[in-house]
Write a protein that binds this ligand. Sequence first.
Ligand code: ADP
Ligand code: MG
Length: 264
Amino acid sequence: MTRSASHRASIMAPETALSEIKPKIEFRHVHKHHGALHVIQGVSTTVRAGEVVVICGPSGSGKSTLIRLINGLETISEGEVLVDGIAVSLLRGRALQALRSRIGFVFQQFNLYAHLTAEENVSLAPRRIGGLTKAAARQCALALLERVGLSDKTDAFPHQLSGGQQQRVAIARALALDPDIVLFDEPTSALDPEMIGEVLIVMREVARSGITMVVVTHEMGFARQLADRVLFLDEGEILEEASPERFFLAPSHPRARRFLSQIH
Ligand code: ADP
Ligand code: MG
């Protein structure tokens, strides 16, 4: 079943429905250069609160760069990225840290701390940034690990976990500060095929919780089922922005058609 932000807005209280209309993330004529490379070439788009937006496109098209601009992991060359109406490029120090604490990030390579257990990986930010006591942070981490189906692995170190389990810990960690946005950068690309499903199940549950999600993925099943919109990026430009139904059935841009024929 495809669900949409508008559907969710309609079942929420009126004041919530109103806030759903406001842009959560806004790209305004964004450019990014890496040296001589013009990696992002004039991207403008808006993500509303509670939306699930999937970004796809060929390798090197700028997908990672684009989502890393949202939490200031990359600096912008020109234009603006706004989160809740505030330009990310203006934020420094504590203000930037405050923004990042509201945005969870899930990386392709999990990036767990190797010397910390699953529970410690998840409770680190609630302790250090959220100011929770060790015991309270542990409770929070245990609840999140249960949510991602890892109650039996709370004291395991990353090397004792499969790739799929590590990525589920990483998702729990991304949710630990109760963010209102979670960014995923190819969360299943480093996984063996048999582990992709377990991570997608967790992502589906997160998507249905109403959090704003921007997901770089080539998992077209996820996109079809859960995305409100699909953005197709090629050479740093959004060539197509459409509902998943339209994007998969009848992509209008030839490059999007070619891309889809290659990944199916
Ligand atoms: P994607 O995630 O779609 O594969 P990226 O955003 O990682 O694309 O990269 C887009 C382009 O920018 C690529 O040509 C890549 O080589 C280049 N690039 C990315 N990061 C850097 C960097 N830190 N320095 C130089 N070039 C970079
Ligand atoms: Mg990438």
